[in-house]
Design a protein around this ligand. Structure first.
Ligand SMILES: Cc1ncc(COP(=O)(O)O)c(C=O)c1O
Length: 438
């Protein structure tokens, strides 16, 4: 059987069962029946889409997504199809679903679908990107002391394997009086003629600090005007705590690459993420894991003639995935867009201001996250006098308030007011923290 015949056969043999699933002959649970008419115009309705326990105030929602109803329904639909006929359902849906997910992500981000590679997490995206970017012999990577384990370790692995120089700098002296200008100046003055890659994190999960990414990108853009193409600074951003929080059009942010998991603030299926690259930047990236993109695979099988495919396709790692999860990412983007990007940002900002203002009034609490929303986003870090951050979160959990501890060398207690919380929840959390006075 030729390769084409084999593909045709796989597709046709899958049609009967998959069509039955889609036609509803294998019914979905009733709870999902009304989903297409979802109206997300109030926060109570939004919250009702999640199966989060109502016994708790959830202030660690950004850690790992709880799936909202449309995402659960899509996962369930694809799971049924795959369980009924894995090869047939896959053959029928792979190309279409991947295209749908890329379209949804691209529309949400205001970029072109060919600029996006799909991954399983932020960490996978950072690892692939930083280990694959072309670097000439004397070129260096500049990064900061404030990045997550995943950025720092990806860069260390790159350096150990290839000898690449990685230089780490602080972006500020003290969070107490940090300013946008200080952050910007410290980054730009540290870019040297041999700096090729700049690796930063938009919103720091260590402190809640938000970098002025657009200004940084603009300053790098200006600096690049006098550089040859092969010396241009490539500006890479871990944007996981900005995606689904900040209201931005990625085409206007100005960075070269943005890496993010979509299983945190975006409420995408657990085990999903993306790497976006600007058209001008993709040529610098090199894939590490073979893609299973069907066009690329067809070229390899000599079913299709060799053609130039977008680099993002090669940067989407194969082999098979938990497809019922990956394909349900479409519904997460649709869910966010149904609420509205501007409303999401405003809501998260208001709740975080509420939280910070309450904490700032408590004499036994040291608030580390800047008060200004210009310098912060959806994460609030603090300390309670006389207690370790671990003790703080354990005591809060006893009071049915779920926070987390920053997983960094310096640890803080951390709360993240989000679309999963209400003003009443913030009041309850503030009362809980108030009673931690020793
Ligand atoms: C800033 C930052 N980057 C990356 C990660 C890793 O994300 P993922 O679980 O999607 O790999 C996290 C948190 O887990 C994070 O806080």
């Amino acid at each position: 059987m030729s390769a084409i015949d084999r593909r045709d056969f796989l597709v046709r043999s899958g049609l009967a069962i998959s069509a039955a699933v889609l036609a509803g002959e294998i019914p979905l649970p009733k709870v999902f029946a009304d989903l297409p008419s979802l109206k997300l115009d109030n926060w109570k309705t939004v919250r009702e889409q999640f199966q989060l326990s109502s016994d708790f105030v959830h202030l660690a929602g950004f850690f790992l997504a709880s799936h909202p109803a449309p995402v659960r329904a899509a996962i369930e639909r694809h799971r049924r199809g795959l369980d009924a006929d894995p090869i047939g359902y896959w053959s029928e849906h792979e190309e279409k679903q991947e295209a749908t997910v890329l379209r949804a992500a691209a529309d949400y981000l205001a970029v072109d679908p060919t600029e996006i590679a799909l991954t399983d997490s932020t960490t996978m995206g950072l690892g692939l990107l930083y280990n694959g970017l072309t670097l000439r012999e004397n070129q260096e990577i500049l990064t900061t002391m404030h990045d997550h384990y995943a950025t720092e370790t990806s860069l260390r692995l790159r350096s150990e394997r290839t000898g690449a120089t990685v230089r780490q700098i602080p972006l500020y002296d003290s969070l107490k009086n940090v300013s946008r200008q200080e952050l910007l100046d410290n980054l730009i003055k540290n870019i040297r003629p041999h700096t090729r890659i700049v690796a930063v994190t938009w919103v720091h999960s260590s402190t809640g600090l938000k970098l002025p990414i657009q200004e940084m990108a603009q300053a790098i853009h200006t600096l690049n005007e006098s550089r040859a193409e092969q010396d241009r600074v490539i500006f890479c951003v871990d944007g996981v705590h900005a995606l689904g929080v900040e209201d931005f059009r990625l085409s206007e942010v100005g960075c070269d690459f943005l890496v993010a998991g979509t299983h945190k603030w975006m409420f995408g299926p657990r085990g999903t993420g993306l790497v976006w690259g600007h058209q001008r930047a993709w040529p610098v990236a090199n894939p590490i894991i073979p893609t299973f993109n069907t066009q690329a695979y067809d070229i390899w099988m000599k079913v299709s003639p060799p053609t130039d495919l977008p680099k993002s396709l090669y940067m989407t790692p194969g082999g098979f995935h938990s497809f019922e999860y990956r394909w349900a990412l479409n519904e997460a983007f649709t869910f966010h867009r149904a609420i509205g990007k501007a409303r999401v940002t405003q809501r998260i900002s208001e709740l975080n201001q509420h939280m910070k203002q309450g904490l700032a009034k408590m004499s036994h609490v040291t608030l580390h996250t800047p008060m200004s929303q210009d310098l912060s986003s959806g994460i609030v870090c603090f300390e309670v006098e006389g207690m370790t951050p671990r003790q703080v979160t354990e005591r809060l959990r006893q009071k049915k308030i779920i926070g987390s501890v920053t997983p960094y060398a310096t640890q803080y207690a951390r709360v993240a007011p989000s679309l999963l919380t209400s003003s009443e929840d913030i009041e309850q959390a503030l009362k809980g923290i108030l009673t931690l006075r020793v």
